[in-house]
Write a protein that binds this ligand. Structure first.
Ligand code: ARG
Ligand code: ASP
Length: 718
């Protein structure tokens, strides 16, 4: 009896703890009322669930958008002004930059609407509404279907539902899978297509600390950029036109100048991309012991070469800055993630849960549940070599700049004797912009170096049957000497030299096809793709489909086993709420990291010799004179960034960080290195999101750039 009471108490405490296990989770806005709002209120949120998401009233969701293809942004004025990260607008800023107008280095500020810069292909996407479509999508799906049939049928149901949801409107609709296909939700959205660059600080502010500080705390990056959405005269989306007018939003965020202190409520409202919180121990093992180490190794090499070249030549710095940032970002995250998972004993923890599951499954006496774990084990044994081959294909082959460029010429594959000249001319014309943008950021020497060294890694680390045919040719013709092969490649190919390529294309006719097909770059690309399609893709997708099925049952089982726990779905680039509080942390024994940084820290890091830490003179002057205006904190300091316990991931960059009153207090841009494993396992002690204090952004706009006309558009709460 006593034992029973004890057990009862114990489980009560346990459940109670789970519910309060602070701050983990990325929640569905539509379900806040049901699952979260009480807890949020307890933690300091003062508004209602409807103020965040509603289809009946104007709410915060109307001010939050997908920025481009992978970030979040939010509206900060009644005239369509939006803020996102510098690293999210980086591609655009870089595209407008040249040696003459080097906006990356010097920053850019439109002093009037006329000076705002158009960005073809940049869009922002607002959510109009979401709906639970599980029943509709799964209505005629029965358990007797095999997995492939099941997925095909679901795809059909989804296509039908999406078409129906947008009939007669200009909206877009997407149905997405949640909980590995246990649930489905519909998202209807509106896409604006004329989005102009308004302002960006110099990289020495917007990317201060560069890739050295990336993923790290203490941090001092002024990671923001400003854009404006334009619409037609009816306030509706339109392609770029000089006639377009600033978009008049239903809602924009008021901006608080009051700042935050430790323990204050914060929430992040944005588009987290991918998390994998419900992975099994087998999947984690494969990832952190086999797959990620290989990818880390490949990228390490690329980064070393790029950095050397960038340090030597200013032009190369501009050309490779975006590529370098992209390559190094995931590389550094994977390193942090591996350490974090090891420190957390993630695999052991998962194994424990799996054991519990097995016992539970046995009791349930449901065959599929009890078979799950052995099936997982077997399938990961089979899957890992294919995933690895796929990673090598991608990281060490397909993603090489020159190869990706040549894939753009795939439409030439269908050319033959009978192809009309006009058709060929059209193909070439369509390639013009790709050719231009490739060579704008191409440095032959650097490209060749990367190509050579990465192919060596590919060659030396893969077995014959797991790499493309072309390596056999390298064996035969070059005795396996990659250096010699690369010399030949960069001497013979028409793709490595803009003039050569243009000349070739100018005179191209069907009869020249032979020459094209013999080109070393063309051959390499073809060989890579054939290899992937013929040897990897089929088996890989077959095995992944099987994993998907196991995951669906496993998660379904877990939710039944842990009845009292509210599960949140993995991130899938749909709008979510994460909430928590401003908080510091203890990264290592004896070290405490404060929850905010100030301008003083920027001066401490100042070092004109190191590119990442070269502080602009103007900023030093503002610091010296403490010229912070109304943007200082109550002690007269200029805060730069702060940390909080919100559960975020890639895609959350640029997300509004909001206080208990629904006011903007910052822009989310990163996480701490010790906490990057939060994509797989969240640890309340270590996982922190990093936010740019909005007051630092305003200070830079106002005092540093003198763009006070932008501040006047905003709604400040003092
Ligand atoms: N780590 C941040 C995120 O994942 C910022 C990346 C951009 N910054 C950089 N230095 N590469 O997106
Ligand atoms: N820096 C990430 C992003 O760009 C955010 C994160 O991973 O925490 O979305």
């Amino acid at each position: 009896m006593i034992k029973k009471i004890f057990l009862f108490l114990f489980s009560f405490i346990f459940i109670f703890n789970l519910e309060n296990k602070a701050d983990e989770g990325m929640w569905i806005p539509m379900l806040l009322k049901k699952y979260n709002i009480e807890d949020m209120k307890k933690k300091g949120f003062k508004l209602t669930a409807e103020d965040i998401y509603s289809v009946n009233q104007t709410c915060m969701k109307d001010a939050v958008m997908i920025f481009g293809g992978g970030c979040t942004g939010e509206l900060i004025s009644a005239e369509g002004l939006l803020i996102t990260n510098h690293h999210c607008g980086y591609g655009q800023i870089q595209k407008h930059s040249s040696l003459k107008n080097d906006y990356l280095t010097d920053g850019f500020w439109a002093m009037s609407r006329e000076e705002e810069l158009a960005n073809p292909n940049l869009t922002v996407t607002f959510l109009v509404r979401m709906e639970d479509f599980t029943e509709r999508i799964l209505k005629d799906i029965d358990d007797n279907l095999n997995e492939k049939e099941r997925q095909e049928k679901i795809a059909y149901n989804i296509a039908f539902a999406e078409a129906e949801a947008t009939e007669g409107t200009n909206y877009k609709a997407k149905v997405k899978s949640f909980f590995y296909g246990n649930e489905y939700y519909l998202f209807v959205s509106e896409v604006y297509k004329d989005v102009r660059l308004v302002g960006a600080p110099p990289s020495a502010i917007g990317k201060f600390g560069g890739d050295t500080d990336n993923w790290m705390w203490p941090r001092h990056t002024g990671d923001f950029s400003i854009f404006r959405i334009y619409a037609d005269k009816y306030n509706k989306p339109a392609e770029y036109s000089a006639e377009n007018v600033p978009y008049k939003p239903k809602k924009h965020f008021p901006i608080s100048l009051k700042g935050v202190e430790k323990g204050d409520f914060t929430m992040v409202f944005g588009y987290p991309g991918t998390t994998e919180e419900y992975l099994t121990s087998f999947a984690i093992e494969s990832k952190i012991n086999t797959l990620n180490p290989s990818k880390i190794n490949i990228r390490q090499k690329k980064i070393d070469i790029m950095l050397k070249a960038m340090d030597k030549d200013r032009k190369v710095r501009i050309q490779y800055s975006s590529k370098h940032a992209g390559t190094s970002n995931a590389w550094k995250k994977w390193i942090g993630e591996k350490r974090g998972l090891e420190r957390l004993n993630a695999i052991e923890k998962k194994k424990k849960l799996e054991k519990e599951f097995s016992l539970w499954a046995k009791k349930q006496n449901i065959k599929i549940y009890s078979e799950l774990l052995p099936r997982y084990e077997k399938i990961y044994e089979e899957l890992t070599p294919y995933s690895l081959a796929s990673d090598y294909f991608y990281e060490a082959g397909y993603s090489l700049d020159i190869i990706r460029f040549v894939t753009k010429f795939k439409s030439f594959k269908s050319v033959n004797k009978n192809t009309q000249e006009i058709e060929i001319k059209t193909k070439i014309f369509k390639l013009n912009s790709s050719i231009k943008s490739f060579f704008k950021d191409y440095n032959k020497e650097t490209d060749k170096k990367i190509f050579t060294e990465i192919l060596k890694i590919y060659y030396n680390n893969t077995k014959k049957n797991f790499r493309p045919e072309i390596f056999n040719m390298v064996d035969k013709k070059f005795k396996g000497d990659i250096n010699k092969y690369a010399d030949y490649f960069y001497k013979k190919s028409i793709f490595v030299d803009q003039n050569k390529l243009r000349k070739f294309l100018d005179k191209f006719k069907a009869s020249k096809l032979k020459k094209l097909k013999k080109d070393p770059a063309y051959q390499m690309t073809e060989s890579l793709i054939d290899f992937y399609v013929e040897k990897i893709a089929g088996k890989l997708s077959e095995l992944e489909l099987e994993v998907l099925k196991l995951n669906r049952f496993y998660l379904d089982g877990l939710r039944k086993m842990q009845k009292d726990k509210v599960f949140y779905p993995d991130a899938n680039f749909t709008l979510r709420i994460a909430y928590g509080q401003v908080d510091d942390y203890f990264p290592y024994d004896g070290i405490r990291y404060k929850h905010f940084t100030t301008l003083k820290g920027i001066m401490e890091k100042d070092n004109p010799e190191i590119y990442d830490y070269d502080v602009p003179d103007k900023l030093k002057e503002l610091y010296k004179n403490k010229n912070y205006g109304k943007y200082a904190d109550k002690n007269g300091n200029m805060r730069v960034c702060f940390t909080a316990s919100n559960h975020t991931t890639g895609g959350n960059s640029g997300s509004p960080v909001i206080n208990g009153n629904g006011e903007l207090i910052g822009v989310n841009f990163d996480r701490n290195w010790e906490g990057t494993m939060s994509d797989i396992m969240y640890d309340p002690d270590q996982c922190r999101n990093i936010t740019l204090d909005i007051r630092y952004a305003l200070f830079i706009i106002d005092k540093f750039a003198g763009a006070s006309h932008l501040i006047k558009e905003m709604t400040l709460v003092e």
